[in-house]
Structures are given as structure tokens and as C-alpha cells.
Design a protein around this ligand. Structure first.
Ligand SMILES: C[S@@+](CC[C@H](N)C(=O)[O-])C[C@H]1O[C@@H](n2cnc3c(N)ncnc32)[C@H](O)[C@@H]1O
Length: 231
């Protein structure tokens, strides 16, 4: 099944409307606030918005007040239709790898989208497209799953030969992820031309992608938080 169809299926089957707590935590943290206070007004692009925009979180009121224009994009039409019913913000159904706009944004947020793309070249295309749609001096906030730094025999998930591919299992209806190592993602971001203003892989912070557990396992993906700028 195509990745897009998997998301459509998941959204159709679940009425649950949420946004990521960890992204809210990242965007409302002291370090983010320090960078965001440098700009008085934001044209904002949220990629992979899902069923709820981050700007709907009361914890991000400080940011919301500065947003002069907003566009949320997602390739799931089910998610975007739901959003349009409950919000006056602007949304577009589009695969971000193919997204083209004359508009440039001074705040782009990857709302846990990039790391769901399995194909390596498409991930690069995605990140290059972020760079191309960023205003000079604009910010890109990226929170991404990365491969946990563990010996393979401790990892509960299976990796393909070169250590790059990460599968929960090989069933057809599972999302297959291809995760970067932290250093690999850092090098890609630099090679695209981003300047890294902040980069952190908080020890112990894990992505728990399974709905039936809320506790992390050693083999769960680590988290990388990055604040990038196009200078
Ligand atoms: C993990 S979900 C995150 C949803 C929401 N932002 C949240 O924090 O709960 C990733 C979202 O990215 C969307 N997505 C994945 N690949 C995409 C692409 N290439 N272009 C646009 N949206 C994409 C999916 O439909 C899904 O809504």
C-alpha cells in the first residue's frame, strides 16, 4: 500500500484529532522562544499538519499572535477536509515533495512529516523544497526520528543491511520508515545550505510509535531537534 493510502486509511478509521505534544514542547521551549523572538511577524508553513494545526494549541499563543499568514499542507485529503471544518486557517492537499508556490515563508515547521518518508531521495527532495520556500533569514523547525545509537542485537526492530532502513515488521499495512543517523541528517542539512542554529538529541527522549504502549523501549527511535536558518 502507498504511504499516502496508509495515512488516508488511518485517518478514516480514527476520529481522533490531535497534534504532537513533543512538537508543542519543542516550539514552546526557552530555546525556540529565543529564536522566534527575533522576528516580529511570521508567514508560516506547517508541513504534514494532519488533523489539527499546531497553532491551535493554547501553549503556542505567543507564536500564534505573531503569525501574519498561515498555510498548512498534508497529502491526506481526509485530514485536510476535517481541518477545514474546524478552522479558518488555509490548508492545501498536496504531497510536499511536489509542492510549488511563489510564496516564501519565514517560519516552516516540519510537523513530524519528513521522517515518515521512506525513500532516501524523496527525503532530500523534501528538505531541498523546504530550503527553496524559505525566506532569507527564515527559520525551519525540524523534529525528526533518528536511528537509535545501539548495537543491532539490542534493537527490537529490524534493519536492512546498511543500517538505514527501519521496519516495525514487514506486514503490508505497516508504515515503513527509513531513518537517518543523527550525523547523516546533520550533514545533509548542511549540504543543502541550511545553517544550524541549534541541534539537540536529548538523552532518553524517544518516539513511541505504537498506540498500545506509552513507555519507551531501547530500540525506539531517538529524537533530533534542530533549528535551521537560510542565511
Ligand atoms: C506523523 S503524522 C503527524 C501529524 C500531525 N502533524 C501530528 O503532529 O500529529 C505525519 C503527517 O504527514 C503527512 N504526510 C506524510 N508524507 C507527506 C508528504 N509527502 N506530503 C504531505 N504530507 C505528508 C501525513 O498524511 C500525516 O498527516
Amino acid at each position: 500500500m502507498q504511504k499516502k493510502d496508509l495515512f488516508e486509511k488511518a485517518y478514516s478509521e480514527s476520529g481522533e484529532v490531535s497534534f504532537s505534544k513533543s512538537l508543542i514542547q519543542f516550539l514552546s521551549s526557552d530555546v525556540s522562544g529565543r529564536f522566534l523572538s527575533e522576528i516580529s511577524s511570521f508567514s508560516c508553513l506547517e508541513i504534514g499538519v494532519g488533523q489539527k494545526s499546531l497553532l491551535d494549541s493554547p501553549k503556542l499563543d505567543f507564536l500564534n499572535k505573531k503569525v501574519s499568514s498561515y498555510l498548512g499542507v498534508d497529502f491526506s485529503s481526509v485530514a485536510i477536509e476535517r481541518l477545514r471544518k474546524q478552522s479558518n486557517l488555509s490548508f492545501q492537499v498536496v504531497d510536499f515533495c511536489e509542492f510549488k508556490s511563489e510564496d516564501r515563508f519565514n517560519l516552516i515547521i516540519d510537523a513530524h512529516c519528513m521522517h515518515t518518508i521512506a525513500d532516501h531521495d524523496l527525503k532530500i527532495k523534501f528538505l531541498q523544497n523546504v530550503f527553496d520556500h524559505l525566506e532569507p533569514e527564515g527559520f525551519f523547525f525540524l523534529e525528526s526520528m533518528i536511528l537509535p545509537n545501539l548495537p543491532t542485537d539490542l534493537i527490537e526492530y529490524r534493519y536492512e543491511g546498511d543500517g538505514k532502513y527501519y521496519y516495525k515488521d514487514d506486514k503490508d499495512d505497516r508504515v515503513v520508515l527509513s531513518l537517518f543517523k543523527a550525523r547523516e541528517l546533520e550533514d545533509i542539512l548542511l549540504s543543502i545550505g541550511f545553517q544550524i542554529f541549534y541541534l539537540s538529541c536529548p538523552i532518553g527522549l524517544k518516539f513511541v510509535a505504537e498506540p498500545f504502549r506509552d513507555y519507551p523501549l531501547e530500540g525506539d527511535p531517538d529524537v533530533m531537534r534542530v533549528i535551521l536558518r537560510k542565511m
